[in-house]
Design a protein around this ligand. Structure first.
Ligand code: BLA
Length: 510
């Protein structure tokens, strides 16, 4: 196994996971210079290819492989170099009389990396043929959630893993299991949240470039790459390597979770890592390169579908917000009072800006719905809100960080959006949200016995969930850009209405 003394639980994002210098036993690696002179090999070339490893470095690749395959590798290299991608070949013979291999070819710095996996022969092979109907079923759904669930199911079929999840990242790098398919009797992880450190920054960055990783067996004996460093002292960059052995800290995490094999596939939207398909298996599981290629293709097609649906959902939300807005304005301008009808109005507004509670203060009258401050607490809060520059909405995910009086509200309120609805005195409509960890519950079984590794219980899903809860103490689910924009539009309309109502009242008094 690999050991890196400089990395522990406090500095996960410093672990150089792209240069750990080992491959998993399901494949072997040969790296060469541009003229196909071998500069690094993994030691298991001996068992998988039957070549004496000490004879390889400093010799030409063609000294070991057949002429036909060398010719094909060269042309694939050209394609890979021209497109900046990883080229592939499936089921190819390397040496006369030898077995067949799936091959991956890519450029890494000044080197070319060739990886070979013994071919698993399967006469019923239909990997690529499965992708099209499966993505077709995903495309039929308009809603993001439905499409995602369908994709999770499809990936379970394609991969055969015991548990397939979609793990979605938030802006801060933390994540949530938003879809899940389980085979057999296992505890669900659906809805659970994890801190950003569980998939550290450098891993998230790498997963944008490299779409799939397979950890076929967490107890695998990994094979070192020799020499570890080239003549310039640099280790081989394995960022795009498909046999790369992964972080030992992550292996411990999986072990503590009771998982024996793991595969994850990136989901990119607009060039950003939106999420991952995360797959677990309770026994070792190898999926061959040809099937992994089909899985990558599926994930890529899903990404496009997802981007389309996210876009459509956003437009749909915006148009619903506009309609609601118009309805509301019509009611108010026909003379219905904001405070008298607050219950109905609040319900309508909640469809545009989701919340756990709402309050209005208008001309000295207070009305509320849901999880909110008392009138007295609200009056104090208003004095704080009055310090915000006039004519602006104010929003925060963490009231505690800006407002002294927030701690007595903490059981009901963690964040708010305040919309001023008059100039003097300052009246407000306020949307409140509770602390996020309070609205998410842990679903796992804390009593489940597992042997805990050297880094302790932190590397378990439950502790991980607790770590996330601790990290988001005093904060609410962030207000989205669309919600903040809706609040701003609402401010402008409400000011207009309030002015009109005041004018009418004044006119009547004359
Ligand atoms: C990698 N962590 C990962 C990966 C996942 C997770 C999916 C990608 C590798 C893979 O496919 O297995 C995390 N897996 C999860 C989560 C769920 C899941 C959250 O199924 C939820 C259900 N991990 C930690 C801590 C550290 C850490 C504390 O929890 C560091 C101290 C490190 N995780 C870590 C590293 C990697 C990783 C370094 C990269 C592994 C690699 O690609 O080499």
């Amino acid at each position: 196994t690999i050991h890196n003394a400089d990395v522990d639980l406090t500095n996960c994002d410093k672990e150089p996971i792209h240069i750990l210098g080992h491959v998993q036993s399901y494949g072997c690696l040969i790296s060469t210079s541009a003229d196909l002179m071998i500069n690094h090999v993994s030691e298991n070339c001996e068992t998988l290819l039957g070549i004496q490893v000490e004879n390889m470095v400093g010799c030409k690749l063609e000294d070991f492989l057949g002429g036909k395959i060398i010719h094909d590798l060269r042309s694939k290299l050209q394609i890979s170099a021209a497109t900046g991608t990883v080229a592939r070949m499936f089921g190819r013979q390397l040496i006369e009389g030898g077995g067949n291999f799936d091959i991956s070819i890519h450029a890494s710095g000044a080197s070319f990396i060739f990886e070979f996996e013994p071919k698993v022969e399967d006469l019923l092979r239909d990997d690529l043929a499965m992708v099209q109907p499966l993505i077709g079923r995903v495309a039929q759904h308009d809603k993001v959630q439905k499409a995602t669930d369908e994709a999770t199911r499809a990936l379970q079929v394609l991969s055969g893993f015991d548990r397939v999840m979609v793990y979605k990242f938030a802006d801060d790098g933390s994540g949530e299991v938003v879809s899940e398919r389980i085979v057999g009797d296992q505890e669900p992880f659906l809805g659970l949240r994890y801190p950003a450190s569980d998939i550290p920054k450098q891993a998230r960055a790498l997963y944008k470039r490299s779409p799939l990783r397979l950890i076929a067996d967490i107890d695998d004996t990994v094979s070192p790459i020799v020499p570890q460093r080239g003549p310039t002292g640099e280790p081989l960059d394995l960022s795009l390597s498909i046999t790369r052995a992964v972080s030992p800290i992550h292996l411990e995490y999986l072990r503590n979770m009771g998982v024996q094999a793991s595969m994850s596939v990136s989901i990119l939207v607009d060039g950003e890592l939106w999420g991952l398909f995360a797959c677990h298996h309770n026994s070792p599981r190898y999926v061959d390169y040809e099937r992994r290629t089909a899985i990558e293709l599926f994930a890529q097609l899903f990404s496009y579908e997802l981007a389309r649906k996210l876009d459509a959902e956003l437009r749909q939300e915006e148009s619903e917000a506009r309609l609601l807005h118009d309805r509301l304005m019509m009611r108010l301008s026909s003379g219905e009072g904001l405070v008298e009808n607050f219950a109905e109005i609040a319900e309508e507004l909640s469809q545009i800006i989701s919340n756990d509670g709402m309050a209005i203060l208008s001309e000295g009258r207070y009305a509320v719905l849901g999880s909110v401050p008392s009138e007295e607490e609200f009056n104090r809060l208003v004095r704080f809100l009055n310090t915000v520059p006039a004519g602006q909405i104010f929003h925060t995910d963490n009231l505690q960080s800006v407002y002294q009086g927030a701690d007595i509200l903490a059981d009901r309120v963690a964040g708010l959006i305040a919309i001023p609805i008059s100039r003097t005195p300052r009246d407000y409509i306020v949307f409140f949200r509770r602390e996020i960890a309070k609205s998410v519950t842990w679903a796992g079984n804390p009593e489940k016995p597992v042997e805990i590794g050297p880094n302790g219980v932190r590397l378990t899903p439950r502790k991980s969930f607790e770590a996330w809860s601790e990290m988001v103490r005093h904060t609410c689910q962030p207000w989205s850009g669309a919600e903040v924009r809706a609040a701003e539009a609402l401010r402008i309309s409400l000011i207009e209405i309030v002015l009109k109502l005041t004018d009418e009242a004044n006119a009547q008094r004359k």
